[in-house]
Design a protein around this ligand. Sequence first.
Ligand code: UGA
Length: 434
Amino acid sequence: MNIAVIGTGYVGLVSGVCYAELGNHVICVDNDPRKIDMLNDGEIPIYEPGLKELAATNREEGRLAFTADLSSAVIHSDIIILAVGTPPLPNGEANLDYINQAAIEVAEAMNSYKIITVKSTVPVGTNERLAQLIRLHTNKPFDSISLPEFLREGSAIQDTLKPDRIIIGAECQRAAAIMVELHKPLTENIVVTDIRSAEMIKYASNAFLATKISFINEIANICEKVGADVTQVADGMGYDKRIGPSFLKAGIGYGGSCFPKDTSALIQIAGNVDYEFKLLRSVVEVNQDQRFNVIRKLKTVFDGELQGKVVAIWGLAFKPNTDDVRDSPALEIIQYLVDHGVIVKAYDPVALHSFQSLFGIGDVIWCNEALETAQDADALCLLTEWEEFASVDLLELQKVLKQPILIDGRNVFKEEDLIDTDFIYYSVGRPNLN
Ligand code: UGA
């Protein structure tokens, strides 16, 4: 099939490359010519394991192209996939300006029947509104499809090529059948539903996963007080098929460009129809507070006095295997420490530059290596569970730190890892070692 993907952010780029990998002809479009030049030079603007190689193969084999010329991409395609950003507005609602604009440009370029598919996460009812908008700008026929995206950063290719399910929201059976055909090689679990339900499935799924995380974080907080171990508790819960083992890792709370944005948006969507989503409000509140657990633990070890302490931070990305720092808990934690007179040294194997561009470069000592970051620090806080940190030599680490204080915000280390060390060790929802 001939496909145009509008928007080369995470979702657009990964989807475009993966549709090409399935044997389709894909043109990825972006209105940022610098991004297109970069992609045409074989560079990938995001860090995603395996994406660069897969893009290169598909370009070489003539199935994948990048352009800033939206009109010609639309003309040469049967399926148009809108994958532009819907970032949050200050009130939590999704900003639909980019997708509205993209829809108008697609409509104005249309030369024949197209299937217009929305992969961007949009509030319930948006697909129908976009269809009306498109109809105002073209008299060519088209069908709308809602095709929500469930890929995770860091494992985006695997998630796209081997998804748990594909959701197709459609009004027209013929268009739905074409979309089923396109996705058949990926999974047997293809759910065809109405457009509004498809839009809601996306928000409900992310909100549910966020709920699992906040739930286990609260269980962890209670475990700390009653002397239980949250990793054991999660393990024991996870064997129940109705609960499942995933998304039960306690830590410093969820971040990233999706859960914070989508939970706020769903609270707004509910609010717009006079429904207060109380449970989800609490999930967001718990998540916000969870990041401060690291700070509370630092205060405990320093008897409440943070001023003048040197604190090393390992991990800035909102999770490993990505350079994405949007809504990363590290942003707020570091800001708090800096504001309270702490000298912060920070390191991340991949996300240092993206963090600096959001945070600014003053106020923090940026380091290029894990042990160098820990050198002469009064304490070390681990905020992202990169593999590199798990395999560090703890005796070596203890030697370089001024005080052997380790606050493990992601439960990376086990008790036996610390057996021959003198670390004062705090983790999340597990007994402290000191
Ligand atoms: C999330 C969803 O998992 C995807 O299905 C969805 O497509 C995507 O949002 C989106 O809407 O675009 P992503 O944000 O890339 O994907 O990352 P996740 O792996 O879901 O992690 C999100 C956050 O939750 C991270 O900060 C991670 O550290 C945290 N997390 C995750 C936990 O604290 N505990 C867990 O057990 C799992």
